[in-house]
Write a protein that binds this ligand. Structure first.
Ligand code: C2E
Ligand code: CA
Ligand code: CA
Length: 302
């Protein structure tokens, strides 16, 4: 104790808070004794959250785009918007390093709003250049899907850029499908009414019962990349992919495979009847300029 500027009781409280935080992280009904390293970890986290907040204000976050391609026509059917943080000293920071902190510190909604705005603006520009609507998928966490200002934001951005609702796809996760919160249900219904599409990201990794899905108005399933990466060599992964594609077909859903890196995966997915693919084999997530060049070069939009 005795850090300058902090009274013993204040530092005691802050240490207790750090230990409480650590206990919560390790699960419910646990306890934790304070160690100095916890405080250090928490301080680092606070500092990162502060930098993220500043980064948002300074416009350091940039939307990258990754193409989604039809297995039948090889045409681009849309893009996924993936955030990158162009940090002044750290360089390009991946979402894995900032999304969890942004969620924890309540900054994810501001990020999501900026991404939706940017995605709609870009869909409008691509529509002008290519004469057709290109769907852009945006990742949306539960906290954002619950917000009562989400629908208005989407309506406003679609309208401002002269787009139909189907220009925007919202990627949610399996656990959100089961959310019985009325705010979530109401938002999904209104957004669906506007024509906005919904897809389930990382499909196959969650534990939501398939029965929930039959009542949920989702448009597409995105098969998690962990299954795709192993499907050629591992029978269980192959069967799982086969079952997901079959399930999607029975329920009339679009099915897309993520993390396609090799031609053998592409061929197998095509043979199984998977509708589209996304992965380094076709296109790496790129800044808008390169994504636009990719579109121009292929000049091949489905
Ligand atoms: P995700 O939504 O599952 O995104 C797919 C991730 O796979 C992306 O990582 C993408 O760059 C990567 N990927 C694409 N093709 C391949 C491939 O062929 N091989 C491999 N190994 N990886 C591939 P990224 O961009 O680092 O994003 C990681 C996660 O961060 C995303 O996973 C998503 O959960 C989250 N994220 C990204 N952008 C946003 C955002 O704007 N908002 C929110 N809420 N989350 C985001
Ligand atoms: Ca995603
Ligand atoms: Ca995914």
């Amino acid at each position: 104790m005795g850090c300058s500027g902090i009274t013993p009781s204040a530092s005691l409280l802050s240490n207790a808070d750090a230990a409480l935080h650590r206990a919560k992280q390790s699960g419910k009904a646990d306890y934790c004794v304070y160690r100095e390293s916890f405080q250090l970890a928490q301080d680092k986290e606070h500092e990162l959250a502060r930098e993220i907040r500043l980064g948002i204000e300074k416009g350091e976050f940039e939307v990258y785009y990754q193409a989604q391609v039809s297995t039948q026509t090889h045409a681009v059917i849309g893009f996924e918007a993936l955030l990158r943080w162009r940090h002044l000293t750290k360089g390009m920071v991946s979402p894995g390093d900032f999304i969890p902190i942004a969620e924890k510190y309540g900054l994810i909604v501001a990020m999501g709003e900026a991404t939706i705005k940017e995605a709609c603006r870009q869909a409008g520009l691509w529509r002008s250049e290519f004469g057709r609507q290109i769907t852009i998928a945006v990742n949306l966490p539960l906290i954002h899907l619950r917000r009562n200002d989400l629908v208005e934001l989407v309506r406003q951005e679609l309208g401002a850029n002269g787009l139909n609702g189907s220009a925007l796809e919202l990627e949610i996760t399996e656990s959100m499908v089961g959310s019985d919160a009325s705010a979530v249900q109401a938002n999904i219904e209104t957004l669906k009414g506007l024509g906005v599409k919904f897809s389930i990201d990382d499909f196959g990794t969650g534990y939501s019962g398939l029965s929930r899905l039959k009542d949920f108005p989702v448009d597409a399933l995105k098969i998690d990349q962990s299954f795709i990466q192993k499907m050629v060599s591992n029978q269980s992964d192959f069967k799982l992919v086969q079952v997901i594609v079959g399930f999607a077909k029975v329920f009339g859903l679009h099915v897309i495979a993520e993390g396609v890196e090799r031609p053998d995966q592409f061929e197998l997915l095509t043979a199984l009847g998977c509708n589209s693919v996304q992965g380094y084999l076709m296109h790496r997530p790129s800044p808008v300029k390169e994504a636009t060049e990719y579109l121009r070069a292929k000049y091949h939009i489905s």
